[in-house]
Design a protein around this ligand. Structure first.
Ligand code: SF4
Length: 394
């Protein structure tokens, strides 16, 4: 297919596809799906080989958020029966992080619900970062605390945070449909603050919220412009008790096309398979490894993921390898001090907190797809790990 040849050539050169080309990936047929995966897989292997980076979420503070992000089980007015607790102590967070590291995670992602941290919260998280780094040599720590105010990014960096996550989630044009308490520009500003403070930026999207193909392409192009080092791609987990509980719009094929499009637009960036993979990709998860070079191990913030040992087995069975701490995730040209100085995502310039479907008419065409009831049964509220007495999944 001419489109795929063009996209592979561009991806190998880190050249930005056109919007039309990105849209055309989303419009490919199921008959062409394996060709799309194979083409994007060539780009993935060029920049990341067969390595898979594992990341581990620790939910430092769960639920009771004053913001109204409609996809989020922790939102204002959420009726979802999730765990609710206030800040974990540094040693509690460190214990949870250690379980993830023991399970193979290279990065620990410290997440807290809320609009953004107070300065006291930044102090707490700084203590937690110190505890985790003392007890887990070589681990990367990413903070995800919401919107930052002046000076907070610098303080987190000084405390040892390697990265900061704040997702754009959806297109600027539709942002107001999913949240009214902050806007797209607020999110962009926080990602820029993290970058300016010297942290590696992590920013991604959530697919399956009823958005159009154009919205998906818009948000991925906006991410490319922002040039994060990692781009988590979440697939909406439609939690009962949230406004998007009925948005069961994705098919595994649609999810794979979204991941392939993201890879073509951000060829040399860590594209991370994030929340919702088990629910929406289901038995097709191994194919996604040809597109992403990173995923979350174990559980999510408020829902349970596949058992950590099953993640490891899936990676090995599919012929991939877990990336060790002795390997740099990003290609040399994206690493500060690397020999190729021409910049970031291609032309130089990525359910849960703050960030972590196919359109309905396409979903309707999949006559044999599991019913909504069956898919709802795949969503399990997290009842183990951080904030509980039970051991974490890692
Ligand atoms: S995504 Fe973050 S800011 Fe939005 S409701 Fe959830 S916890 Fe609050």
């Amino acid at each position: 297919m001419e489109l795929l040849n063009t996209l592979v050539e561009k991806g190998l050169r880190r050249e930005l596809p056109t919007r039309e080309e990105a849209l055309a990936v989303l419009a490919t047929s199921d008959d062409d799906l394996l060709d799309v995966v194979a083409a994007a897989g060539r780009v993935r292997r060029k920049w990341f080989g067969r390595r898979v980076k594992l990341n581990y979420l620790v939910n430092l503070k769960s639920g009771l958020c004053p913001e109204d992000c409609s996809y989020c089980s922790q939102r204002l007015g959420s009726k979802a029966e999730i765990l609710k607790y206030t800040w974990l102590k540094p040693e509690e967070a460190s214990r949870a992080a250690a379980a993830g590291v023991a399970g193979g995670a290279k990065r620990v992602c410290l997440v807290a619900s809320g609009r953004g941290p107070t300065d006291r919260d930044v102090d707490r998280v700084s203590e937690t970062i110190s505890a985790i780094k003392e007890q887990n040599e070589g681990v990367e720590v990413c903070a995800c605390l919401g919107l930052l105010t002046d000076g907070q990014a610098g303080r987190l960096r000084e405390a040892g945070a390697d990265a900061y996550n704040h997702n754009l989630n959806t297109s600027e044009a539709t942002y107001g449909d999913i949240c009214t308490t902050h806007d797209f520009g607020d999110r962009v500003e926080t990602v820029k603050q993290a970058q300016a403070a010297g942290m590696s930026a992590c920013s991604g999207l959530i697919a399956g919220m009823g958005e159009s193909d154009a919205d998906l392409v818009d948000v991925v192009f906006a991410l490319r412009e922002l040039d994060p080092d990692s781009v988590p791609v979440n697939f909406l987990i439609p939690f009962e008790g949230t406004p998007l509980a009925k948005e069961w719009n994705l098919t595994p094929q649609r999810a794979l096309r979204i991941l392939a499009m993201t890879r073509f637009v951000c060829p040399d960036v860590e594209v991370r398979l994030a929340g919702g993979r088990e629910v929406h990709l289901r038995s097709m998860q191994p194919l996604a490894l040809h597109l992403v070079n990173s995923l979350f191990l174990g559980d999510y913030l408020t829902s349970e993921g596949q058992a950590g040992k099953d993640d490891l087995a899936m990676i090995a069975d599919a012929g991939f390898e877990v990336e060790g701490t002795d390997t740099t995730t990003l290609p040399e040209h994206r690493v500060p001090g690397g020999t190729c100085g021409d910049g970031g995502c291609g032309d130089g310039g990525a359910g849960g907190c703050h960030g972590a479907a196919e359109v309905p008419e396409q979903a309707a065409a999949s006559g044999d797809a599991p019913s909504d009831e069956v898919r709802r049964g795949l969503v399990a509220v997290r009842r183990r790990g951080a904030g509980t007495e039970l051991p974490p999944n890692a």
